[in-house]
Design a protein around this ligand. Sequence first.
Ligand code: CIZ
Length: 450
Amino acid sequence: MTLLEPNPASVDQRIRLITTGKSNDSTCNTDLAAPPWDFDSRPGYGPGSSMGDVIPAGAPRQGTLPAEYREASPEELDRRIRAAKEAMGDRLVILGHFYQRAEVVQYADYVGDSFQLANAAKSHPNADAIVFCGVHFMAETADLLSQPEQAVILPNLAAGCSMADMANIDQVEECWEELEAQFGPLDAPGPDGRVPVIPVTYMNSSAALKAFCGRNGGIVCTSSNAETVLEWAFERGQRVLFFPDQHLGRNTAKAMGVPLEQMPMWNPNRPLGGNDAQSLDDSRVILWHGFCSVHKRFTVEQIERARAEHPGVRVIVHPECPMPVVDAADEYGSTDYISKAIAAAPAGSTFAIGTEINLVQRLAAQHPEHTIFCLDDVVCPCSTMYRIHPGYLAWVLESLADPASTGPDAARIVNRITVPERDADAARVALERMLAARPPAAGGGGTVAS
Ligand code: CIZ
């Protein structure tokens, strides 16, 4: 990083230095210096890693943020957020995802990955409201695991997830029908006692897909427990349909010894997903054609450069990165794995990290005893996490703290996320199977075999 001013603590500040010419770094989009409400009325994921992804027609949009929040200074928003938080006391829990901007994370009662945060929500059954500073599927999971009377709030409804949007329920149901035509009844065990296909969805998916898995003998996984979950699935099924992230599915199955030839890709826009009947017959893991645009940015060349410039560097990447990047790294693992690996390292270690830049920059600030940098030197945060801004947080908190908001159904509560009843129970079944397979406490990840 070439800085003409001292290294700022937050990614937002860093982007501002770039756009005002005070840093020689680069960003993938200078619009990131603008507030997200500039994009609320425009279709698309907004600036950042997912800006090239196609947003589905029905994706939730955020209405206009009232002017008093758009026009407030950072100091005024800070005062109002703290006052509303204080007024709510124990009735409120604020959750901040690892990938969230520092300007928002500072108000969070808990900071973690999506599953840790959903569990944090569960551990506060008496709070009236849970404000999830993350993205839509995370708020849905918190709603599934919290009490029915608790309101889960997403400060900006446009904070979706482009990867989660790459598999929708209609496409997955069509795929299931095609697989049924291929393999016969999908709930009928073969001579070995296993059914033809077990559906596995990554946590980063809509509640409708989690419910699909719950109804069809399937399960949810996180990046921390994907291997345990695949083992669970292989005990019960001859093969797995894994959605939406092809990379997590491929990297995990490969580490378990599944040959690449037995992992065909399912493209929902093509008959039989673009496969022939034989390759589906021979398959062990059918990979959905989805990916994360944050992790797609990491390359083998970046790893080679980090090693050339920092001899002895430890390269850790997230399993949502493409396979060649995971193979070239020293280790791979979930956000929790990365955080714990850094915390456990001897002082003076150097880390090149392949995951979202807000987390990398926070880890660098929390661990001045190490040198920690993002593999990608272009500053390009997650587009959808970026949609949460202190202005939205102030708005949702003041709505909650308003005396008119006396319960979850009160008129002043804004941006409540509720999983429809038709999906909630089945989605919980798939989540409970995951918990029974083994809680994701180990952090996931591993060392890349040379
Ligand atoms: O589950 C999460 O929060 C994400 C997005 C990844 C991870 O590794 O924690």
